[in-house]
Design a protein around this ligand. Sequence first.
Ligand SMILES: [Zn+2]
Length: 259
Amino acid sequence: MILREIVAVIFSVVLGACMGSFLNVVALRTVEEKPWWGKERSRCFSCGRELEPVELVPLVSWILLRGRCRTCGEKIPIRYFLAECAGAAIGGFLSWRWGLSFAGLFAVITGFLLLLNAMTDLYSGYIYDAFALVLGGAGMLLRLGGGLSALFDGFLGALAGAGVIIVIILVSRGGMGWGDAWLMAGTGAALGWQLTLVALYLGFIVGGIVALGLLVLGFVKRKDPIPLGPFLAFGAFLSLLYGPSLWGWFGVAVKWPWL
Ligand SMILES: [Zn+2]
């Protein structure tokens, strides 16, 4: 790895952490039905004191403050820290995998929109059609650069992603929601059909393992709903990293821009 690449990855990790922090606020305000923008500054949710810039540095502030407010000592929810970690991981891994390329741009935009959808699902058990649509729209817009075949691949991806979930909804009558179908339609448009199939496969495997673990450890009961969105998003993230190599093992080259 040459120096330029190392610098690019570090830069992406830092930028990714900031992006994770920002998207976490977007997700929280959306779920609470508050506006994203406006004069409202970041405050301690417990004592209401306005936070200073040094308290808002992603990752670093939370660790230095040991996860507590400086004034009132109340715990800062760990989801703030985890969202920043997730953002850092998305930025770092995807830029390491794809570098400064068109696929890299695709992957990073897709990765962060997946994170946003995963967070709203985690916070409210709800995937917002609008955010899934933004994901799909961004994918199709980027695909304009690859011509008709790239657009068609996005269309097939959306069809495959939503199709599989819809079949499961119809067969299982519950368990999975239409939000998951929307999410996978958007994901499919961005990833194309080949990476979408990998995303579904990995998402279900990881989701199944985690659900089983939570059940065995007694964190959830048999009938408790477990949001599927975060697992689908994680599967898609893994697919962005390893999907092309996986297809490569079968001697199949994935389509543009993941060549
Ligand atoms: Zn406080």
